[in-house]
Design a binder for this molecule. Structure first.
Ligand code: ASP
Length: 596
């Protein structure tokens, strides 16, 4: 059956479908939308019409308008309609308390079918579970579903709030190039071949890092941009090849000044969405302390357990495992869990040991403080003095559990940080439903990359060393702290930034420490070194991951849920099928050949 289509003509929308309320009763309205549902009740047709704002029930009664009723008989799900009618109260027994428009309905006088629709591959509703490939292949249909659409509305609200904050604080929104040269943020670049200069390539920006610094050198003082960044990473977990950052930069600032702009902005965004105030100020912890207490630089502060260093309790110990570890410079670190002694069965304790060895550790020592003494496979190796010291250090009480580990520091941190989360979960010591923010500061400037056999920047090569530590940059590079900071929420890194190097001599020294010869540094970053030599002001900034931020606010499981057109884990777009092979003529023009 082919359905005759009509045009909008001079019809003007008077209302959004979902906005009608009892106060509108008696009004003649013109509505546009999609057929969400259709029911035939003994000759009277009911159609739920849906637009972005919600649904409204239309009633097509042959007694009121035979023509409209006949047209309504032709419509199917997802047809596009224009209707005119009168808002009226629903009969009391048909009031739907679940629906914002549930007290009214629209008695239709005229109905135009603007377009038909094929049967959709899945129902457009909030309840059907749809597989990820189907969601992505038919993304425009997925986005019609109210709960998915809501995420984009939220994203819009978040970005508007962020803009308002930054505008008020005197920031200028400036766009930076997408076709540029590589900025090292530690990932692979997406490259774009130049047609005009064969063999030369642009890189898509991994971030606007150098441009925002150049804007400070240009005297713009405060810049922001809600900007797309591109990183060709193996798409671990929840990454996208293109993602969005709230990127900002300020002149004449210290870390605290940048934090003082970002913190109220983020607190306000969360308060608006959560409907209650965000606890402030956010705690600030030095990196070293964070690693000591949580074993990670992005701790989940909702978990009410902390790590500690118990090495001193074991000075001169007869427990061989610990004695050897201490002798080779390792620490005995651990985690005391009050009241957990009874909560965990012997099997669960063995599982903890199993977990530690799976992670590459040699083992793990657990001690259960029972009412009638200590239970532990290691108990016979511990002296009374050691027990006393441990009891004092870990404030042990009957019923507690202590786990101890003597491994190289990075491994110990990796194992214990995970055990902290697991035990927290297992023991119900996680403050679910809370937002626990944290600033981590004083990161090391450099770390040693054993594979590359050179220093690499912990943040990026433009991050400033702490002022007071500049002198020992070459003597003790790994001990030098930077002026970098991260914002962490519930174990997730929301963003990071730093005060930048603004002196060309210091930038040269850091490049040299990163193993870059002077020529190489000039080749890659000559424009930056030049710019720094023309009166660069002290400056710094930060970038926050917008996708992750909105995901957390939406309570979504994946950043794909808050991006209109995301890619798969294999970096493909199932809808457009990008990336695709290209016409050989295009390649020829670019001077490229594909080798298999
Ligand atoms: N450009 C940095 C990044 O993308 C952020 C910053 O230092 O402002 O991680």
């Amino acid at each position: 059956m082919s359905v005759a289509l009509e045009v909008l003509g001079d019809w003007q929308r008077t209302d959004a479908c979902g906005a009608l309320r009892p106060a509108d009763v008696g009004r003649t309205v013109t509505l546009f939308g999609w057929v969400h549902a259709r029911r035939d009740h003994g000759g009277v047709l009911f159609v739920d019409l849906r637009d972005r704002g919600g649904l409204v029930q239309l009633v097509c009664n042959p007694a009121d308008s035979p023509v409209a009723h006949e047209r309504a008989g032709e419509v199917r799900l997802e047809y596009v309609l224009a209707v005119r009618g009168t808002v009226r109260h629903r009969p009391p027994e048909t009031v739907n308390a679940e629906l914002p428009t549930g007290e009214i309905e629209v008695a239709v006088d005229e109905l135009r079918v603007l377009n038909t629709a094929r049967p959709t591959p899945y129902p457009i509703d909030d309840t059907t579970e749809v597989s990820e490939p189907n969601r992505l292949k038919w993304r425009y249909l997925d986005l019609r579903r109210p709960h998915v659409q809501r995420n984009l509305v939220l994203r819009h609200e978040v970005t508007q709030r962020v803009r308002e904050h930054l505008n008020r604080a005197g920031f200028l929104e400036v766009e930076t190039p997408v076709l540029t040269r590589s900025t090292p943020e530690g990932a692979r670049d997406y490259l774009v071949p130049s047609r005009v200069q064969r063999g030369a390539f642009y890189a898509l920006p991994q971030s606007p890092q150098l441009f925002k610094q150049l804007l400070m050198i240009a005297g713009l003082d405060r810049y922001y941009q809600i900007v797309r960044c591109f990183r060709d990473e193996d798409l671990r977990a929840d990454r996208q090849p293109e993602f969005t950052q709230i990127d900002l930069e300020m002149s004449f600032v210290r870390p605290a000044d940048v934090m003082a702009v970002v913190e109220p902005m983020i607190a306000d965004v969360f308060a608006a969405v959560r409907g209650h105030p965000t606890a402030r100020p956010f705690p600030v912890l030095p990196y070293a302390e964070t690693m000591l207490r949580y074993g990670t630089d992005r701790p989940d502060l909702r978990v009410d357990l902390e790590l500690a260093d118990f090495s001193e309790c074991f000075a001169g110990t007869g427990f061989r495992v610990f004695a050897e570890a201490l002798a080779s410079g390792h620490r005995v670190r651990g985690l005391a869990a009050p009241g957990a002694g009874a909560a965990l069965s012997r099997r669960e304790l063995d599982d903890l040991v199993g977990f530690a060895t799976q992670q590459g550790g040699r083992g793990l020592t657990w001690i259960r403080i029972g009412e009638d003494g200590w239970q532990s496979p290691a108990v016979k190796f511990l002296s009374d003095a050691e027990r006393e010291r441990l009891t004092a250090a870990a404030r042990l009480r009957p019923g507690d559990l202590l786990v101890l580990l003597a491994e190289p520091d990075a491994l110990a941190a990796a194992i214990l940080s995970q055990l902290r989360l697991q035990l927290g979960e297992r023991l119900g010591r996680v403050a679910r439903g809370e937002d626990r923010f944290l600033w981590v500061v004083d990161f090391p400037l450099l770390e040693w990359d054993a594979e590359a056999r050179r220093h690499v920047a912990v943040h990026h090569p433009f991050t400033a060393p702490a002022d007071a530590e500049l002198e020992r940059l070459e003597q003790e590079p790994l001990a030098v702290r930077s002026q970098a900071y991260d914002l962490v929420l519930n174990g997730i890194e929301l963003g990071g930034g730093s005060i930048r190097i603004h002196r060309p001599d210091v930038q040269q020294r850091v490049f040299a420490l990163l193993g870059m010869s002077e020529t190489e540094a000039r080749d890659r970053f000559g424009f930056l070194l030049d710019a720094l030599a023309f009166g660069a002001p002290p400056h710094g900034g930060i970038a926050l991951g917008l996708d992750r931020l909105v995901m957390l606010l939406a309570g979504a499981d994946s950043i794909r849920d808050v991006i209109a057109f995301p890619k798969t884990q294999r970096a493909t777009c199932l809808m457009t099928e990008a990336p695709t092979p290209v016409d050989p003529a295009q390649l020829k023009e670019l001077g490229l050949r594909v080798v298999s």
